[in-house]
Design a protein around this ligand. Structure first.
Ligand code: AQP
Length: 334
């Protein structure tokens, strides 16, 4: 049983990435005791939008330090940097050639990011369109069973299954079909200052984005200014009270209490007091994690050794799979 997922080093990890994705990886590993976790740093995905080369390396170290701080053991699991394994880009090329272009053009994330770049007067990188083919390669090369992700990746996972099926139908069985694992609550943590928008690394302002590196005071201030409504009742009602409902979901995930219990406990609180409770709970959740990340970042030599060992283990799985794919397509493999 293999559980695979990744994060792009486009900037620091935010609360949405952490409680929407990383904590779900932990839960999945707990559920499937003998599973191998394959967790990578999706650095080739990070250049599908304009990026700063000076910051890429630091962001890669940061994501790796976050994985280790979250408790994923690199001796037991496989933790590596995507660009260290060329099998991904090679398989992605083949997968792209088998993908009807309309399948990629209809992807919501492509349409949203394209619109944003256009509005900023920037050109649209082709990689933004072909990104899902690379993501399919990331997953399919490892005979992955489960892919724990946030809601925004659902469509890419559906495409991954469709293209795997299409290649299997055309060339014979090559790929295992993976299953997406998406949270019922918390699959889409919203921006605190704009609760109808996803909390995102590429937000135009970070007023409503909680980074795991934010100081306690900054976290407190961001929650204090979180946008709510004038209904003035703490209740779970995402349509009419997206801000308060988002805070309820966040509190539920960081305290591991069901939504109903949170609502029962706090329904009589005023918003200012409730925001304080959520801020304190998030600070208690993030503080130890932030300290561990800093400890790992102080030992870059150790992080580099871990990356090297991780990619060796990754290639033991991905290279034979790529060879099978190439043979099925009629290539000579030597
Ligand atoms: N707001 C979110 N709520 C829940 N899950 C989320 N994820 C991202 N945002 C939220 C999940 O985190 C994992 C890693 O995401 P990613 O780094 O691949 O990039 P992304 O999905 O595109 O996230 P961002 O932060 O919005 O990055 P940018 O702005 O660079 O695009 C994924 O499992 C994702 O679903």
């Amino acid at each position: 049983m293999r559980i695979l997922s990744g994060i792009q080093p486009t900037s620091k990890v935010h609360l949405g990435n952490y409680i929407g994705a990383i904590s779900l990886w932990e839960e999945e590993l707990k559920k499937h005791e003998n599973a191998t976790g394959i967790f990578f740093i999706a650095d080739y995905h990070a250049i599908t939008v304009p990026h700063d080369p000076k910051q890429l390396k630091e962001a890669i170290y940061f994501i790796l330090a976050t994985y280790l701080a979250a408790g994923f053991n690199p001796k037991k699991h496989i933790i590596f940097v995507q660009s260290h394994n060329p099998d991904h880009t090679e398989a992605a090329w083949i997968i792209q050639t088998q993908t009807p272009i309309g399948w990629l053009e209809r992807m919501t994330q492509y349409k949203d990011k394209r619109k944003k770049l256009k509005n900023e007067g920037k050109s649209i990188p082709t990689g933004l369109l072909t990104y899902p083919a690379l993501m399919a390669a990331d997953i399919l090369l490892y005979d992955t069973d489960i892919v724990p992700v946030g809601e925004d990746q659902r469509q890419h996972l559906e495409y991954t299954r469709e293209i795997a099926q299409r290649i299997n139908n055309t060339y014979g069985n090559v790929f295992k079909l993976p299953t997406a694992q998406i949270r019922k609550f918390g699959a889409k943590i919203m921006d605190l200052s704009n609760p109808t928008k996803k909390m995102s690394k590429s937000a135009s302002s970070y007023k409503g984005v909680i980074f795991v590196t934010d100081s306690n005071d900054k976290i407190y201030q961001k929650f204090k200014r979180a946008v709510t409504d004038n209904i003035n009742k703490v209740q779970y009602n995402p349509q009419e009270q997206p801000g308060i409902s988002n805070l309820i979901v966040i509190l539920s995930l960081v305290t591991n209490k069901p939504i109903e219990n949170i609502v029962d406990e706090y329904s009589h609180y005023n918003y200012a007091k409730f925001k304080e409770i959520v801020a304190q709970a998030v600070i208690s959740y993030i503080e130890p994690l932030r300290a561990k990340i800093q400890e790992y970042l102080a030992h870059k030599d150790m992080l580099e050794t871990s990356m090297k060992e991780g990619v060796t283990k990754a290639r033991e799985i991905s290279t034979p799979k790529l060879t099978i794919l190439k043979r099925k397509l009629g290539y000579m493999t030597i």
